[in-house]
Each structure stands twice: as C-alpha cells, then as structure tokens.
Design a binder for this molecule. Structure first.
Ligand SMILES: Nc1ncnc2c1ncn2[C@@H]1O[C@H](COP(=O)(O)OP(=O)(O)OP(=O)(O)O)[C@@H](O)[C@H]1O
Ligand SMILES: [Mg+2]
Length: 186
C-alpha cells in the first residue's frame, strides 16, 4: 500500500438498532487520507459524520468493512493495539468537547501529555489557542469558545499523526478558528 496513505476506508458500514428503528448511519464508505492532507467532511445533521470520525479514531467499531492506518488493518486491532493507536497517533476534538468538569484547563490537557511520547507542555498547547491566561480555570468558568479551545489544545498537545476534529470551530469566531489552525500547522 502507498506509504503516504495514512487512513483508508473500504466499504465501511454502521447500522444502529434502537427499539424498532434501524438507522444505516454509514452505508459503504470508501475513501483515502494522505499524509499532509487537510480534508473537510461536509454533510447535513444526522448524515454520519461523527459516526465516521469515531470509527477512524478507533473509538467505535464499524458493522462492516475495513479501516487501515498506515497499511495496518485497524478493524483487526485488539483492545491493546487500539488503545496504543488512540494514545499515540490520534488527536480528537470532540463535537461536545468532553472536558472533565472537575479539572482545570491545564489539568485537562495534562491528562493527555502525561501519557504521550513527545508532547508539548500543557502551557504551550494552551498558549497556541490563546488561553495562556486561563490555565487554572475550570470548564464551568470558561466561555463555550474557550472550552472548545481547551479541547483543541488537548488534541494537538501530543503532536498526533492524525488530528480528527468533529465540528471543532462551532463556538469560535472565524478569525479565532483560522488562527488556531494556522498555528497548529507551523
Ligand atoms: N449510539 C447511537 N444509537 C443509535 N443511533 C445513533 C447513535 N449514534 C448516532 N445514531 C444515528 O446515526 C445517524 C448519524 O449520526 P451522527 O452523529 O454520525 O451524525 P452527524 O452527521 O455527526 O450529525 P450532526 O451534524 O448533527 O452532528 C443519526 O441519524 C443518529 O440518529
Ligand atoms: Mg456530529
């Protein structure tokens, strides 16, 4: 397989059964992501964007099909390999932030940097998103956009091979959002 191909999906399906309702959230998805590429996934609400990102990020398993990371089949990984993949290779900005309410901004980022191989410091990551003056604030003491920026800092702090962002700028102004991404890419 092409070594610049970081993620490949082949025939990925996801079916949810809830009571009598069956939802085909993904129905045979094929695509490739290459090293250095920035890809934007657009689709209406409920079209399966979060479902697909969760599967690529190793947070959920598909109902069918295959996903590859650097040529290795993610969908065959055992729990230990999946944990390693998530810990060392994937940065994930969740749609609903998933910050821990009882931890400060700095501590939320530290949770990731303490187990990463070559992380930034939490202070540097938070400075990249303009939050150097909010290190000791708890999520409830931050605005929605600031909480979203803590979630971005947490994802970039481990310098992941893949950054998966689920609507990462919904609570940010356009200027703030573009400045976060520009700094991350430097
Ligand atoms: N855990 C679940 N159990 C049952 N159905 C689910 C589950 N998660 C998602 N779905 C359904 O799967 C479909 C895809 O959901 P998903 O969250 O991937 O959409 P989305 O494109 O991210 O939407 P949005 O833009 O609103 O965030 C939706 O119709 C949703 O109702
Ligand atoms: Mg979503």
């Amino acid at each position: 397989m092409d070594t610049d191909r970081t993620i490949s999906a082949r025939g990925v399906t996801k079916v949810y059964h809830t009571g009598d309702v069956t939802v085909n959230a993904l129905d045979g998805v094929d695509f490739d992501l290459f090293r250095g590429e920035i890809v934007v996934l657009l689709g209406p609400s409920g079209s399966g964007k979060s479902t697909l990102l969760n599967i690529i990020g190793g947070l959920d398993a598909p109902s069918g099909g295959q996903v590859f990371f650097n040529g290795n089949e993610l969908t065959q990984f055992d729990d230990r390999a999946l944990t390693d993949y998530r810990r060392h290779h994937v940065g994930f900005v969740f749609q609903f932030y998933n910050l821990i309410p009882s931890l400060t901004a700095r501590e939320n980022v530290s949770l990731v940097t303490e187990i990463a191989r070559k992380p930034m410091t939490p202070e540097d990551a938070l400075a990249l998103v303009g939050l150097e003056d909010r290190l000791d604030h708890f999520p409830s003491q931050l605005s929605g956009g600031e909480q979203q920026r803590v979630a971005i800092a947490r994802a970039i702090a481990k310098r992941p091979a893949i950054l998966l962002c689920d609507e990462p700028t919904g609570a940010l102004t356009v200027v703030r959002a573009s400045s976060c991404w520009r700094r991350w890419r430097q």
